[in-house]
Design a protein around this ligand. Structure first.
Ligand code: AHR
Length: 531
């Protein structure tokens, strides 16, 4: 997590770029004035046969053995008074099913490179304990292990994404894991799995080869890791001969383009299907501030780091294009989201934070960026599912609440596996203290049934914006809308008022002969559906 330097570098570059943009804005003042006068944005949406499908895996989640994500959040044990199935909370199962989560990454994060999978199989009372070195130094009793996780994925109808221990393990431990999970029978590990109650192998496609190898995974250089990756990947098989395995190399920290360059250069193409990238949003890494008590300056800085994702995926993709012009290797943003100070009185190592409309802004804009880059970005994982960082669900004892981020994720299910509709957008600016960001973010898709979905975000903290959408080329006539907004940016759901923020019907739009004009309130997300 040594990302301070990278962030400073990003900020310097942003300020420079921003200064340059301001000069451009003065120079082209006349052109921009049309937008500032009537505050209207023009959005053109096209159909393009060549456009990619937005992989549903962009909407993936991440559950680490960190704080109260697994224990308490997902798993309470069979004897808990919280209603559960095989120890997993029923309310969490229902909420995650509603979200149609396409994949779930486990067991870490940094935890993955300390995890020895054999500690988490067999009778629970016989499992050894360990200390969670990265997250709060708490005792991990291994009561939630591989069977619990993979069975949960089956219940949820989601694809598991297992992160293997490379930092403190061996190739042998990893290959035995693959055999345990994927071999159908007649091998030592498959027989052990059967003794532990699981006859059939599980179907695991996504495998991460370590996590943050530049940091908590072992502080490696990219050259060293690329070689190690080659060694691990050589021995990886899912034992089905289906060639289905998707191997993901631990990727760059934010703007570490050298990392991506070296992996793409040094790893043979037949050994890799995906390269990861991690990037979080915050005020500054050193002073993250409260999740709920933030001012506009803090909001603006957070959105600067969130919108940086556009530049990050563009530049990492450009490097990948150079080494992989046929676009066979995917960019996997397997950790993203907002990161603030922990809630008062909670364990600093547990990363428990509330979730406000600011987080809805991060989610809406980031998912739009991923959609628009779906030719290369094939998968992403929001950090993290329950009770950690930008969680979609928070729990307290038997209580559970859905955060604004949950609602954005649910609204955006409309884009899962739909065909991207490329768009052109000239956004008005959201200006604060002489710095500017694009106020409006958008993405659009058409699903298998011909339904068009347009997701729009207005991050401006004060101004509503008018958006005129040219829909003449889409062949749709009628639109309906859903909105997520709130009276204040800092608003959030609490255990006493869990439905304070929830999606509502959106009606402030007009459809005049192929021109749809909508008025989007400050800090709100709108999903339009057209047929
Ligand atoms: O998501 C929390 C932590 O952030 C993960 O364990 C690690 O990979 C990253 O630094």
């Amino acid at each position: 997590m040594n990302i301070n330097l990278h962030i400073k570098e990003q900020m310097v570059k942003f300020k420079f770029k921003n200064g340059f943009l301001k000069i451009l804005a003065i120079y082209f003042g006349a052109c921009f004035s049309a937008y500032s006068q009537d505050n209207k944005t023009v959005l053109t949406i096209n159909k393009d046969e060549e456009a990619p499908i937005i992989s549903k895996h962009i909407y993936g989640h991440f559950a680490e053995h960190l704080g109260r994500c697994i224990y308490d959040g997902i798993y309470v044990g069979e004897d808990s008074k919280v209603p559960n199935t095989n120890g997993v909370r029923n309310d969490i199962i229902d909420a995650l099913k509603e979200l149609k989560i396409p994949n779930l990454r486990w067991p870490g994060g940094c935890f993955a490179d300390t995890y020895h999978w054999k500690d988490g199989i067999g009778p629970k009372e016989d499992r050894p304990s360990m200390v969670n070195r990265w997250w709060g130094g708490v005792t991990e009793d291994n009561s939630f292990g591989t069977h619990d996780f993979l069975n949960l994925c089956e219940v949820l109808g989601t694809e598991p994404y297992l992160a293997a221990n490379v930092g403190s393990s061996t190739v042998q431990e990893f290959t035995e894991y693959l055999e345990y999970v994927g071999h159908k029978g007649g091998s030592p590990m498959a027989e052990l799995r059967k003794q532990n109650g699981r006859e059939k192998p599980w179907n695991v496609t996504f495998w991460g080869v370590g996590n943050e190898m530049w940091g908590c995974g072992g502080n490696m250089t990219p050259e060293y890791y690329a070689n190690l990756y080659r060694q691990y990947a050589t021995f990886m098989t899912d034992w089905t001969n289906s060639d289905n395995m998707f191997r993901i190399a631990s990727g760059a920290n934010v703007a570490d383009y050298h990392w991506t360059e070296v992996l793409m250069r040094d790893i043979p193409k037949n050994l890799i299907e995906g390269v990861a990238l991690h990037s979080y949003s915050f005020v500054t890494w050193e002073k993250k501030g409260s999740s709920t008590k933030f001012d506009e300056a803090q909001y603006f800085s957070t959105m600067q780091t969130a919108l940086k994702m556009e530049e990050l995926v563009t530049k990492h993709s450009a490097i990948m294009d150079k080494y992989d012009p046929k676009n066979k290797i995917a960019l996997i943003v397997d950790e993203w989201g907002g990161w603030y100070d922990v809630e008062e009185g909670t364990n600093p190592g547990f990363l428990y934070q509330q979730n406000t409309m600011r987080d809805a802004m991060i989610a809406g804009t980031t998912l739009n960026i991923f959609n628009n880059h779906s030719a290369r970005v094939k998968m992403a994982n929001l950090a993290q599912t329950v009770n950690v960082l930008q969680a979609v669900i928070l729990t307290e004892g038997e209580k559970m609440l859905l955060t604004p981020t949950y609602h954005i994720m649910k609204m955006y299910t409309a884009h899962h596996d739909a065909k991207l509709l490329p768009l052109k957008l000239e956004s008005p600016s959201y200006t604060f203290n002489n710095e500017s960001l694009p106020a409006i973010s958008a993405s659009a898709s058409m699903d298998k049934n011909g339904l068009v979905h347009v997701s729009l975000v207005n991050i401006d903290s004060k101004k509503e914006n008018k958006i005129e959408i040219d829909i003449t080329k889409l062949g749709v006539k009628n639109f309906t809308g859903t909105i997520l907004t709130a009276p204040k940016l800092q608003d959030h759901n609490t255990f006493d008022a869990p439905n304070k923020i929830k999606p509502a019907v959106f009606k402030t739009f007009e459809n005049k002969k192929g021109n749809l004009t909508i008025t989007i309130p400050p800090f709100s997300v709108v999903m339009l559906e057209g047929k």
